[in-house]
Design a protein around this ligand. Structure first.
Ligand code: 5GP
Length: 114
């Protein structure tokens, strides 16, 4: 079981900020911004590049959830805003092999990223 499956199963506690039939969203344990939420599909897709056509709905659900969470956090307006990140593999900084979208907000974010 991946770490995130254990969180979804409530075997490991987490601060859940949103959930629906397709995904769950939790506050990151090591936040990189004032708001740092992980949006995790219930279905285990190890990393985004492993996703198949049958995962289209699950992937889309993550972006729809991101918008809802951004609205919940009060960062949906374009004067604040938020960034979504998916890390695939070593060079990108992936550490948990259960794909997830990072939602970062609450401060100005550098571009290009580090
Ligand atoms: P990745 O590096 O794979 O893109 O992202 C994994 C994220 O999971 C990291 O930002 C890390 O801080 C977070 N994380 C790791 N372990 C836990 C945990 O037990 N609980 C929560 N809420 N986040 C975790």
């Amino acid at each position: 079981m991946t770490l995130f499956e254990k969180i979804i199963a409530r075997d490991i506690p987490a601060d859940i900020v949103y959930e629906d039939e397709a995904c769950i969203a939790i506050n990151d344990i090591n936040p990189q911004a004032p708001h740092h939420v992980l949006i995790i599909p219930r279905k285990v897709i190890p990393r985004v590049g492993d996703a198949a056509a049958e995962d289209q709905a699950a992937l889309g659900a993550l972006l729809l959830a991101a918008g809802k969470i951004a609205r919940q956090l009060g960062v949906i307006d374009t004067t604040s805003g938020f960034r979504l990140v998916i890390n695939h593999g070593h060079d990108a900084g992936e550490t948990v092999p259960h794909m997830h979208v990072h939602l970062l907000a609450g401060r100005g974010l550098e571009w290009p990223p580090g």
